[in-house]
Structures are given as C-alpha cells and as structure tokens.
Design a protein around this ligand. Structure first.
Ligand code: SF4
Length: 367
C-alpha cells in the first residue's frame, strides 16, 4: 500500500523569528494550511522524547529556517572508492518518508525536517560557482540530505530550480525521489537540464523497508509521465539488499522498468550494495525491530562503513548488471556508487579509469 504524497505526514510548521516575514516562508505556510509556530532563531521545535526515539514523531514537524552554511558543495565521498564527482545542493534536511536503511537517521541528530527559505542565497552561490568555473561541467543533486520531491507540494521549490537550470549549458540537475510528487514539473521549460530520478529496489524491500514511499508501479508511472514531458530519467538500485528471493526480486524490477520506460530516455543507472555507518544499525534496529537485513555478515569497508563481503557484492552486482545489459540503450551509463576498481573489473570487465573516469562517463551521457 502506498502512502501517497508524503508531505501529508507533516502536521505542524515552525518558522524562525528571522524568517517569519520571508515571502517564501509565508507562501509555504499559506499553501500548507497547517498550524504554525514562530520560534527563536536558535530555538528547537518542541518534539517530545529523546533522539533517536523521537525520530518517527519528528517527521510530523517541518521547520522553515535560514541556512547559514554552504548550500553547494561536493558530495562527501571517500577517496578509497571510485566516486562520481557529484555536487550536492542542500535545500533541506530530513524526510517525511522512513526507510529502514536511511543513513539520515545516523547523520542528522535533529528529529524534525528542515527546509531552507533563504533561496536567494542558494541561487547566488550557484551563480558564483558557475562563474568561477566556466569550463567545469556540474552534475548537481538535491537528494543527499532529503528527498528531492517529497515536500514539493508544500514548498513548490522544484519549478524554481528547473527554471534556473534551463539555460545552464554546463550543468544538469538531478531530482531524486521515492515519491511521485511530480505535478509541479508539468509544463516547465526545462531545456533538458533537469533529470528526474527514482531509487528502485526489489519489490519485497520496497514494500517492507521503505515506509511511506510510492510503490514500484507508481514510481514507474511517474517516470513515464516525466519522460513524456521531455525530461531525461535516471534510476538508482541503491541499496541493493541481500534477502530471500533477491535474484527474482531484482530481475522482476528491472524487467518491469523496461516494460514501462523507453530505454533511450535513461541517462544513467547506478548500483550500490547496502553500506552503513555502524551507529545506524543500533538506531534502525531499535526503531524497526521486525527488519532483519542488518543481521547478515558484514565487513568494515575502507570508509568505515559496514558492507557485504566482496564476493557477495560481486554476485549481486553481476546479476543486476547482466539483466540490465539486456535492455539498456547504448548511451545509458551503468555505474557503481562507491565501489573499488577491483569490483568494476570483476563485474563489467573494465574499470571507470579505462573509460576516462566515472566523471567523464556520466558527463558524456548527458552532454
Ligand atoms: S526516501 Fe531517502 S531520505 Fe527519505 S527516508 Fe528514504 S532513504 Fe531517507
């Protein structure tokens, strides 16, 4: 059963004193028709209980505030694995959906969701980054610390981003989601500079471990609709999780994907096996005692995260890569998120380095 628009989970809005007269904050509050409370600039929304036990309750609460940090920066990847040189645009933190494996449970120590309303500063930062590096091609994503579209019916932010990106010849924006809140993307002049992306998984994982997300069929229908509106698409099989029947599960998702989506609309597809900070296991284990996938055997990766043994990862990757190879268009880039050159070689028979580097492979697929 799908939950529908995840922003329905929000029950209370907070706005900081300094943002109470911000036009954008007022627009969001009006649109939401939810009760709102003004709090001090350094005050915290009043959420009962202690972190992380109050995480579930915290997801009912949205804080509209000013972000004082850097909106736009490189993805915090690790040197030990092949990374894709992604740039993160930080529009907010937290998410109304609740995936058992979500790394944000361990990364963020606030139970509430934040959305940053000083968007003029965000666009100023982008302007500066593009001006200072006119030759650099930027692949930008907003889905690092939140879901790109889950709150879009409240915030209405995607049209601002899509319109801004429209004429940026040296950049593409990827809006990545597990929701199907795409209404605001309709009818926009996107100039091909925005891709819409969905995370996919084996059906039992989506049903059991991704709470309040859209079903596979809904995600694919939304993707097909975006393709009709002229957007290019991307898909992420991440995290790939070892479970009973995983082979048939992942095969069936891939087959269904290509039954619904025209292969030539897909710019890239990533593969990433489950990896997690050790602290996540304790937090998620307590919040979701019925989930068992954290209790497989794992090793400590070079980045300090727990991951499956290499043989196990390669076995899973090979099955997915073989199935994908049957359907993908020649220009679609299939790649690993944070894997070693050894794994690339074992699964694909080449490394990213052989193809001019992962950054180059991905840039070519959207240029
Ligand atoms: S959709 Fe993404 S951000 Fe939201 S809970 Fe799931 S993994 Fe976390």
């Amino acid at each position: 059963m799908s939950y529908g628009d995840p922003s329905r989970y929000i029950q209370q809005i907070y706005v900081t004193e300094e943002c109470r007269d911000n036009d954008y904050a007022r627009e969001i509050i009006e649109r939401s028709r939810l009760p709102f409370t003004v709090i001090g600039n350094h005050e915290r929304p009043d959420i009962p209980g202690r972190y992380p036990d109050n995480l579930t309750h915290g997801k009912h609460h949205l804080l509209l505030s000013r972000y004082r940090g850097q909106f736009f920066k490189p993805c915090p990847a690790t040197r030990e694995y092949t990374c894709c040189d992604y740039q993160v645009l930080n529009i907010g933190m937290g998410c109304p959906m609740d995936c058992v494996y979500c790394i944000l449970q361990a990364y963020l120590n606030n139970p509430w969701i934040s959305f940053f309303v000083n968007v003029e500063d965000l666009f100023k930062e982008l302007d500066q980054a593009f001006a200072v590096n006119p030759e650099t091609f930027f692949r930008i994503g907003t889905g690092e610390f939140t879901d790109s579209l889950a709150l879009d019916s409240l915030t209405g932010f995607s049209p601002h981003l899509v319109n801004y990106m429209r004429d940026k010849k040296h950049a593409v924006l990827e809006l990545k989601s597990k929701s199907v809140v795409i209404k605001n993307l309709e009818g926009l002049e996107h100039g091909g500079r925005t891709l819409v992306a969905w995370s996919l998984n084996s059906p039992p994982i989506m049903e059991r471990e991704e709470i309040r997300t859209a079903s596979l069929e809904q995600r694919l229908a939304a993707a097909a609709q975006c393709a009709e509106w002229g957007y290019r698409l991307a898909f992420h099989f991440d995290p790939i999780i070892w479970h009973d029947g995983w082979q048939e599960g992942y095969r069936s998702t891939i087959r269904r994907l290509f039954e619904v989506i025209p292969a030539d609309r897909i710019a890239w597809i990533s593969l990433g096996a489950l990896r997690y900070l050790p602290s996540l296991k304790a937090i998620a284990g307590k919040r979701f005692p019925q989930s068992t996938f954290f209790y497989e055997e794992f090793i400590d990766g070079l980045d300090g995260k727990s991951r499956y043994f290499r043989t196990q990862r390669v076995e899973m990757y090979k099955l997915l890569a073989d199935e994908l190879a049957r359907f993908t268009a020649p220009d679609t880039c299939v790649y690993f998120c944070m894997e070693s050159e050894t794994v690339w070689q074992e699964v694909f028979g080449y490394t990213a380095h052989d193809k001019g580097g992962l950054r180059n492979m991905l840039d070519q697929s959207v240029r």
